[in-house]
Write a protein that binds this ligand. Structure first.
Ligand SMILES: Nc1ncnc2c1ncn2[C@@H]1O[C@H](COP(=O)(O)OP(=O)(O)OP(=O)(O)O)[C@@H](O)[C@H]1O
Ligand SMILES: [Mg+2]
Length: 334
């Protein structure tokens, strides 16, 4: 069989042109060329040729002459609430199979309020919340108790999160909600702040998904995070560490794994994904969000997970790719 070709769709940090008034973290979700390079090499080491396609605009220009058997999509999209869905939608329209979740799942999960409504409908615990789309609307929220955390409704990569995001009173809340609405031009999602510890769980596969060892987040050398949380500054510093497998008891481990799989299925994740949790001081886990397009950078958790389960990064990428190949019923493996 001739060697098959895997196309790659992605957004580079340099694809984003900063506009006046943009926050410093505006391009935080996009990838470095080195990440694309490393993924392409990993795909090649699994016996495929690769073709670098680029972002949604580049894909549109080539859609009739792609010449690929499947696309490995890690495109975050440049603008709008549906930005992560743009590449998958184009591929779906053109009938090109691709790795990862489809447009509906990506749109649904990028919008944290929509995703939380699904979690609640499925009985999956998630922090109590309310949404504020204008300062005038910031009135009634009796069901939520301070301290609260204020986040943008549809961003990732801890965009908009700083030490001031955790608020203890009305004054702090107003200030932070105003900051999010003005800076990120979208509603603020306000949640009860879960003091305690933090975990993230990756899943790979479809019919019989493989739940990876639980990763625990350490901040400033502490596992009991209490009021500490990921901020944009922390993500970009070295004050954050991952512990894997997490040092937790079987009961909590089972609860977290069970919830991770339920979330994965609730939003129809495909091939791979990562679920973020906070656990309160009584041991109750809460799902913060699911990332159907988690970072595959070698500095992120998938690399650490590969090492933990005794495989290489290339084999981890191969696992994800092969899940998609199998799901699409393609005969691509040499
Ligand atoms: N309700 C909460 N209670 C405590 N901490 C929270 C809460 N919500 C968010 N955080 C903190 O903020 C971080 C980022 O929040 P979240 O995962 O919702 O957003 P994100 O920007 O999409 O994340 P990522 O960086 O994983 O893309 C979490 O990892 C956690 O440290
Ligand atoms: Mg997160």
């Amino acid at each position: 069989m001739p060697m098959k070709t895997v196309g790659l769709t992605y957004d580079l940090k340099t694809d984003y042109k900063f506009k006046k008034g943009d926050p410093a973290d505006a391009n935080a979700e996009f990838d470095h060329p080195s990440t694309i390079d490393v993924i392409a090499k990993a795909i090649q080491s699994n016996g495929f040729k690769t073709k670098l396609i680029g972002n949604a605009t580049n894909l549109m220009e080539q859609i009739d002459s792609l010449g690929v058997d499947i696309v490995f999509n890690i495109s975050e999209g440049l603008t709008g609430r549906n930005r992560e869905s743009q590449v998958p939608m184009l591929l779906e329209m053109a009938g090109v199979p691709f790795v990862g979740a489809d447009a509906l799942t990506l749109g649904l999960t990028l919008d944290k309020v929509m995703a939380k409504k699904i979690f609640i409908a499925d009985g999956i615990p998630t922090p109590k919340f309310f949404e504020v789309s204008s300062m005038e609307a910031l009135t009634n929220f009796d069901h939520c108790k301070f301290p609260l955390i204020v986040k943008p409704r549809f961003e990732g990569s801890s965009k908009g999160l700083s030490e001031s995001s955790r608020v203890e009173d009305m004054q702090g809340l107003k200030k932070q909600v105003e900051f999010i609405i003005k800076t990120y031009k979208q509603p603020a999602l306000v949640e009860e702040f879960i003091s305690g510890s933090e975990f993230t769980v990756a899943i790979v596969g479809n019919e019989t998904p493989e739940i990876m060892p639980i990763v625990q987040i350490k901040i400033d050398g502490k596992l009991q995070l209490k009021d500490k949380f990921y901020t944009f500054a922390r993500i970009t510093s070295d004050r954050l560490e991952y512990i894997c497998p997490a040092k937790i008891n079987e009961e909590l481990k089972n609860k977290i794994n069970d919830l991770a799989l339920r979330v994965y299925r609730a939003v129809d994740c495909q091939d791979f994904g990562r679920v973020d949790f906070r656990v309160d001081s009584s041991g109750q886990p809460y799902v913060l969000e699911i990332n159907p397009l988690p970072s595959l950078s070698t500095e992120d958790v998938f690399m650490l997970l590969a090492t933990t389960i005794g495989i290489t990064y290339e084999q981890m990428i191969g696992k994800i790719l092969n899940s998609a190949i199998k799901r699409h019923g393609l005969d691509l493996v040499k």
